[in-house]
Design a protein around this ligand. Structure first.
Ligand SMILES: [Zn+2]
Length: 383
C-alpha cells in the first residue's frame, strides 16, 4: 500500500462579507505575530508557546502553528503575508446532505461551521473518504487568492493500492527541446513539444534584465513568480497527459534517473546565455515529481532506468552513434529516427534487463562496432 497525500483547495460557499473581513483581519494579525517572532533572538523563539501571545484574539492552535512556521523559515526576514494554518486536531469535516462544511474555531473559544463549495468530482471523493474515515486529515490553511476569494486548503492522505505490473511499459525520454517523448508499448512515439516554455524563458529573461537595470526589484520578483507559475502549469499539463496515456495503454511509465544531470553535463557559455536553452532552467525534476504523484493516484506504475547511453545507442542494432541535434542516424545499420524517439524506445525496452560488464571487449573485432550487450540479453531472453 502506498500513501497518497493531496491538498484540496476549496472555496467557501457564499462566504459573507463579515466573515471574509474577519479572515482578512486575522491574517494581518497573524502576520504581525509572525514578524514579532522573527524580531526575537533565536534562543528566545524556541521557548515561545501560545501563552506568550495570550492577548491575541486568534485561537491558540493557530498561534502554535504560526510559531512553528515562523521558526521553520530561517531565511525569511519579514513576512508580507502569512496565512492562518492549523493542524488536523483543530478542524472537523461535517456533512449535511450533499454539502460539506468545515468546523473550526478561529477566535479563542468560538467554534463555527463554514460550508464549502465542492465542484470537482475528485475533491468530492476525497472529502467523502475523509468523512467516512477512509482517509486521514492533515493541516488546514486559509488562503486568499489575488481576486479576493477565500479558500480552505485541506491536506488529506489516504492509502491507495499499489499499481499493478502489467508487463507493458511506456518509455519516457525527457529533454530540453522536446520536454517529453513517450514510446508506447505498441510502437508509436508521442511527443510533447513546449516551444512555449522556451519562449517564456527568453521573453522573461529579457524583461527581468531590463527591470534589474532600472533597479525595480519588486517587479523582478513578481515576474519571476509569474514565470514559475507558467512553467509549473505546463509541467502539470504534460504530466497529466502522460499519465492518461499510460492508463489508456494499460502500461507503466519508465523514466530515466536524471539525478545529478546538471552537474554532469556541460554546456557552452554561448548556449547557457540563452535562457531558452540554459539547462539550469530545465524543470525536469518538477515534471518527474508531478508524474509520480499523478501516476500514484491513477494506479499507474512508475520506475526508472539509468540514463547512460540511452540517447547514443541505436534502437535497432545497438551500435553507439552521436546524435546530430534532433536526428539520429546509425552508421552501422542505417536506422534513422528522431533522436528523442530513439532514446524513448531504448528506455522502454531496456527496463529490467541487466548489462554484463564487458563493454570494453568488442565482439566482432576492432573495426566492427561493439554490439550492445543489452540488446544481446534481449535477444537471448527472446530465444
Ligand atoms: Zn543501428
Amino acid at each position: 500500500m502506498a500513501t497518497l497525500t493531496k491538498t484540496l483547495k476549496l472555496p467557501f460557499l457564499r462566504l459573507n462579507q463579515t466573515k471574509a473581513e474577519m479572515f482578512a483581519r486575522l491574517e494581518r494579525l497573524n502576520t504581525e505575530v509572525a514578524n514579532a517572532i522573527l524580531a526575537l533572538p533565536k534562543d528566545h523563539r524556541r521557548a515561545l508557546t501560545s501563552k506568550s501571545f495570550a492577548g491575541v484574539e486568534i485561537g491558540s492552535a493557530w498561534i502554535n502553528q504560526t510559531i512553528r512556521n515562523a521558526n521553520a523559515r530561517t531565511h525569511v526576514k519579514r513576512f508580507l503575508r502569512l496565512p492562518l494554518e492549523t493542524n488536523n486536531q483543530n478542524w472537523r469535516l461535517h456533512r449535511t446532505g450533499a454539502t460539506f462544511s468545515l468546523g473550526f474555531g478561529l477566535l479563542r473559544g468560538i467554534k463555527k461551521r463554514v460550508p464549502l463549495e465542492v465542484h470537482a468530482a475528485s475533491h468530492r471523493d476525497a472529502l467523502t473518504a475523509l468523512w467516512e474515515g477512509r482517509a486521514k486529515a492533515g493541516s488546514l490553511m486559509l488562503v486568499r487568492s489575488k481576486k479576493g476569494i477565500w479558500y480552505a486548503c485541506l491536506s488529506v492522505s489516504m492509502d491507495v493500492p499499489d499499481a499493478e505490473n502489467t508487463g507493458r511499459w511506456v518509455g519516457v525520454d525527457r529533454g530540453q527541446n522536446i520536454p517529453v517523448a513517450a514510446a508506447t508499448p505498441d510502437g508509436p512515439v508521442v511527443f510533447w513539444k513546449a516551444a512555449r516554455m522556451r519562449h517564456v524563458r527568453r521573453i522573461y529573461a529579457e524583461r527581468r534584465c531590463k527591470l534589474q537595470k532600472a533597479g525595480k526589484r519588486r517587479a523582478v520578483k513578481n515576474l519571476e513568480s509569474k514565470e514559475r507559475r507558467i512553467v509549473t502549469h505546463i509541467n502539470h499539463c504534460i504530466s497529466k497527459d502522460l499519465v492518461a496515456l499510460a492508463k489508456r495503454q494499460g502500461a507503466g511509465l519508465i523514466l530515466e534517473n536524471l539525478a545529478g544531470i546538471r552537474g554532469r553535463s556541460k554546456q557552452r557559455q554561448e548556449t547557457k546565455s540563452d535562457a531558452g536553452q540554459n539547462r539550469d532552467y530545465w524543470p525536469f525534476y518538477q515534471l518527474e515529481a508531478f508524474v509520480r504523484y499523478k501516476a500514484l493516484a491513477a494506479g499507474v506504475q512508475v520506475d526508472s532506468v539509468r540514463p547512460h547511453y540511452t540517447s547514443k545507442t541505436c534502437h535497432v542494432c545497438g551500435a553507439l552513434n552521436e546524435r546530430r541535434k534532433h536526428a539520429y542516424v546509425c552508421t552501422r545499420c542505417g536506422h534513422q529516427a528522431h533522436a528523442d524517439a530513439n532514446a524513448a524506445m531504448n528506455i522502454r525496452d531496456w527496463y529490467g534487463l541487466c548489462c554484463p560488464l564487458e563493454l570494453e571487449v568488442p565482439a566482432g573485432g576492432p573495426h566492427e562496432p561493439a554490439p550492445n550487450p543489452v540488446r544481446e540479453t534481449a535477444a537471448q531472453a527472446a530465444a
